[in-house]
Write a protein that binds this ligand. Structure first.
Ligand code: S3P
Length: 177
């Protein structure tokens, strides 16, 4: 049985949606940032501050490799996780990849002042170019859901409908074989 992997920019709701989706499916849930914190005993911003982004990315790589081997797991990734081709390969090999999209305007509104993400401490222009540079990576997902004007529950329902549709499709195909 495969995993469900949520990708997308910071603030697109990957963790909240993922947790609720896992509940609905009675699957387990894992968040790569949380797992990195468990392994290193440091918060994401502390790792960036004390050891730099390179160290964070190598811890992330190890966590992704481990989680990719699991089954029936909803995995919420960090915004930069799938930029590493090895992470993409591992996650895609055993999972369906769903990208959560939102406009930068909405993302910045959602995040507001509660901002403890190291990469969002940059200027508006820098965040904007990060957002643009990353879209081609997110667009490679199996499915994309535009979350811009949707509540968390609406996004979860849309994913469940998508999965339901896939299951029916696979069932029909099996019956024909
Ligand atoms: C990052 C996103 C963060 C976290 C780290 C780097 C990124 O995760 O992994 O701060 O490169 O976009 P969220 O997308 O969950 O905020």
């Amino acid at each position: 049985m495969r995993n469900i992997v949520l990708i997308g920019f910071m603030g697109t709701g990957k963790s909240t949606v993922g947790r609720r989706l896992a509940q609905s499916l009675a699957w387990n849930f894992a968040d790569t940032d949380y797992e990195i914190g468990e392994v290193t005993k440091l918060s994401v911003s502390e790792i960036f501050r004390r050891h730099g982004e390179t160290r964070f990315r190598s811890e992330e790589r190890i966590v992704v490799e481990r989680l990719s081997q699991e089954e029936k797991l909803v995995i919420a990734t960090g915004g930069g996780t799938v930029l590493n081709p090895s992470n993409w390969r591992a996650l895609a090999e055993n999972g369906i990849i769903i990208s959560l999209y939102a406009t930068l305007e909405v993302i910045l509104n959602r995040i507001g002042h509660r901002n403890d993400r190291p990469l969002l401490r940059n200027t508006r222009e820098e965040i904007e170019s990060l957002w643009s540079e990353r879209q081609p990576y997110y667009e490679k997902a199996d499915f994309t859901i535009d979350t811009t004007f949707k509540t968390i529950d609406e996004v979860v329902s849309e994913i469940l409908a998508l999965l339901g549709g896939m299951a029916i499709h696979e069932f029909t195909r099996m019956a024909k074989d």
